[in-house]
Ligand binder design. Structure first.
Ligand SMILES: Cc1ncc(COP(=O)(O)O)c(C=O)c1O
Length: 287
């Protein structure tokens, strides 16, 4: 069965889906995106992703392409046409098509909306989480508004490529103070030497991960001691456990940082428990 994409009001064969060469997403990365994990047909953590999409669009002054209700119909239909039960749903909104000029075009073009979906092998994802992954660290070199989920991801692309070349799954950015900000496509967490679950506080220098947000609540409700406080690379290497969060891999244990084993060098009990609790909660609150 061939894949289908939603492009500006139409469902088209994925292989033939295209946007105009003067789409501002293509020209200037003038657009935003969202990703939902689909589990058993449920759009997990649905509300958090919709809320962040609204915020990202607002920060860039891009009009909302359609109502939430209409968008849900499009998302569901994309899943149905691609027969996805477990997978990832990708949505992108750009400012639209206009003659190339840096400032916002006048009159404002219609925002361009693209939705795609792909299947994920959940057994393979579980096996990966059960084994844990390696991360590398790399100097932070992104702009000052990482809180907006824009399609301008070149530093993230380069960092992820460095990770891949080093045999790692993710790259953690490290700021000028030696503190980890986040991963190229995930938030970063440790259980520190004192047993405190830590992740960086929310400022403009990290994405407000929807998974992060839900997991903070889930962890607190489970009685885990949690602090939103940055940590150094050294603290991460001396941590009892480490993991990443994101819609792509949910809660993913990290077992090596820059080649050094974290804790016992295998996924720790807290990360494994939080992964399970997160999975349950994100489905429960999904759509
Ligand atoms: C840079 C970055 N940080 C964090 C995340 C995790 O965000 P979420 O949990 O909302 O998927 C992502 C996800 O794509 C990301 O790209």
């Amino acid at each position: 069965m061939s894949r289908v994409a939603y492009v500006n009001g139409r469902f088209v064969r994925h292989a033939e889906a295209a946007v105009h060469i003067e789409d501002r997403g293509y020209q200037f990365a003038d657009g935003v995106y969202e990703v939902w994990a689909i589990a058993g047909g449920v759009l997990t953590d649905a509300e958090g992703h919709f809320a962040r999409l609204t915020r990202s669009l607002g920060e860039l002054k891009i009009p909302t392409p359609m109502s939430r209700e209409a968008l849900i119909v499009v998302l569901r239909e994309t899943l149905r046409r691609n027969r996805i039960k477990d997978g990832l749903l990708y949505l992108q909104v750009t400012r639209g098509v206009a003659p190339r000029d840096h400032a916002f075009p006048l009159p404002a073009p219609t925002p361009a909306l693209v939705v795609t979906a792909k299947r994920v092998d959940s057994a393979a994802a579980e096996a990966r989480a059960a084994k844990g992954v390696a991360v590398i660290t790399t100097p932070e070199n992104r702009w000052g508004r990482c809180d907006i989920k824009t399609v301008g991801l070149l530093p993230n692309v380069l960092a992820k490529q460095s990770a891949r070349e080093a045999g790692a799954a993710e790259a953690w950015f490290v700021d000028d103070l030696g503190l980890i900000t986040e991963g190229a496509s995930s938030n970063a967490w440790i259980i520190d030497a004192q047993g405190v679950l830590r992740t960086r506080d929310i400022q403009a220098n990290i994405l407000r991960g929807v998974t992060r947000n839900t997991l903070l609540r889930v962890a607190r409700e489970a009685g885990v001691s949690v602090e939103e406080r940055p940590f150094t690379v050294e603290e991460a290497k001396l941590a009892k456990e480490a993991f990443t969060t994101g819609a792509g891999a949910q809660v993913l244990p990290v077992v090596r940082i820059d080649g050094a084993a974290v804790g016992a060098g295998e996924p720790g009990p807290v990360a494994r428990r939080l992964r399970r609790l997160y999975m349950e909660e994100s489905r429960r609150t999904g759509l």
